[in-house]
Design a protein around this ligand. Structure first.
Ligand code: TAP
Length: 433
């Protein structure tokens, strides 16, 4: 087994040395998960629920430790990291209620009846990006486990530490061995193996559209189930009749939260005058990502506002607002995944909708208006999976989440999430003598 060093993006100092899982080790983990699943699916629903509640309690008891670990590994501000650890606990608790509600249907038919069962899929492979290592892990892990699947999770190579600790907490909470395994390592090694191994019956992938397309092609070879949560380029549409002060006060959070490394970042503000409030944020994840973000603000770019960033070590990038730029400019079209936002004026409602939809992505967005009819009209017309009206936030684990167009496939979260982690078995029972 090789190993690699994980860096703190705020200091550029080493945090920990982590094993880089090989292809063969991934195969062995999948084999263990396959065996463990036969027993896990047979655990009585109430007992599976109790174990998930115990897992949630264990995460809660170690929430501060997890938060501190995330601060070191991902550079998230501690307040954000505490919220993220709490999210893992809450998501586990929410889906702990699911095993006892996994019921089928009975359908009367001529000569008998059909009954359906929601069967677990088997081994689920979970591939997680680096921007929200804990929440995104929990969104796949909790419903998959609740449905009776075992999970092999691959955190992003740069941010594996909290996922690895959550794997230990699962065992400490009493989950049987190999029901939930975490394999740190490379996407091109561990991720690829999860996609291509026939015993993995579903992939839950969150990451870039580019890698998502490769994963979809890989899964097609085995007709493997797949959830894709991909990139975004979301609009924050501010109408003149909105509470402009509120819209302006939250606009920075809508795009600069997590230093803009947010798939739901509203990185196009459609409005008249930009207003920016001060915001606190951490560094970007790596030097190469910072170089990538910087390309969107070349010399001579029409910078309307630029915040400050700490000098010295760390991959910091100042929050940056660009004045109107052409619709062909990369900052306008690409997912920047950093704290850079463009501001674009629009003429009327139809124009705002057209600009908002002028992107291959469709993940998120916000609408600011005091006209409820307009809010609903525009929400129906914008081609995107998650919208908020007079708010900058649209992600809640108890409501469905997922993207339209090239932002994804399938829905995570919400009360129906277990549909994505089970398959329906349909059995005819004859009542003939
Ligand atoms: P990616 O580069 O796509 O990586 C995501 C994960 O896939 C990482 O664990 C990565 O491993 C792994 N991976 C890379 N190549 C792979 C392959 N060929 N086969 C299997 N796995 C592979 O994304 P990222 O840069 O970490 O994250 C940023 C992107 O994620 C943005 O586009 C963002 O919008 C999107 N995102 C979407 C959402 C939702 S919910 N829609 C949420 C968060 C982020 P390595 O660590 O080795 O690269």
């Amino acid at each position: 087994m090789t190993s690699y060093t994980v860096l703190n993006p705020a200091t550029e100092q080493p945090v920990s040395t982590v094993p880089g899982t090989s292809s063969e080790e991934t195969d062995a983990a999948i084999a263990r998960a396959e065996v463990a699943q036969r027993a896990w699916r047979s655990v009585a629903p109430g007992d599976r629920a109790s174990l998930l509640r115990a897992f949630a309690a264990q995460v809660d008891a170690h929430a501060e430790e997890l938060a501190r670990l995330e601060v070191e590994n991902s550079g998230h501000p501690v307040g954000a990291a505490r919220w993220e650890a709490g999210q893992v606990r809450d998501v586990l608790q929410y889906y702990a209620a699911a095993p006892e509600r996994l019921i089928g249907k009975q359908i009367p038919v001529a000569g008998g009846l059909n009954v359906t069962f929601a069967e677990p899929l088997g081994v689920v492979g979970l591939i997680v990006p680096w921007n929200f290592p804990m929440p995104i892990l929990s969104w796949g892990m909790a419903p998959a486990l609740a449905a009776g699947n075992t999970v092999v999770a691959k955190p992003a190579e740069m941010t594996p530490l909290t996922a690895m600790r959550i794997g230990e907490l699962a065992l400490e909470a009493g989950l049987p061995e190999h029901v939930f395994q975490v394999l740190p390592g490379k996407g091109s090694v561990v991720g690829q193996r999860l996609v291509h191994h026939p015993a993995v019956r579903k992939i839950v992938f969150t990451g870039s559209t580019e890698v998502g397309q490769q994963i979809m092609a890989g899964c097609a070879k085995q007709v493997k189930r797949l959830t894709l949560e991909l990139g975004g380029k979301s609009a924050n549409i501010v109408f003149a009749d909105a509470d402009i002060e509120r819209a302006a006060a939250t606009a920075p959070y809508a795009v600069f939260d997590n230093a803009g490394q947010d798939c739901c970042a509203r990185s196009r503000i459609l409005v008249g005058d930009p207003t920016l409030a001060d915001t606190e944020m951490g560094p970007l994840i790596s030097a190469s990502h910072r170089a990538n973000v910087a390309k969107y603000v070349p010399d001579g770019a029409p910078v309307a506002f630029r915040g400050s960033a700490p000098a010295g070590p760390g991959y910091w990038f100042p929050p940056t607002v660009l004045a109107p730029i052409g619709s062909g400019a990369p900052a306008y079209t690409d997912e920047i995944f950093g704290p850079v936002v463009t501001v674009t004026p629009f003429e009327d409602e139809a124009d705002a909708i057209e600009i908002a939809n002028d992107t291959p992505y469709g993940l998120s967005g916000s609408i600011w208006t005091s006209n409820i009819g307009r809010a609903i009209r525009v929400a129906r017309a914008v081609e995107t999976g998650n919208l908020s009206v007079n708010s900058h936030s649209s992600v809640r684990y108890w409501t469905p989440f997922g993207g339209f167009k090239q932002s994804g496939l399938g829905r995570e979260l919400g009360p129906d999430a277990l549909d994505a982690f089970t398959e329906t078995k349909n059995v005819f029972i004859s009542t003939q003598e």
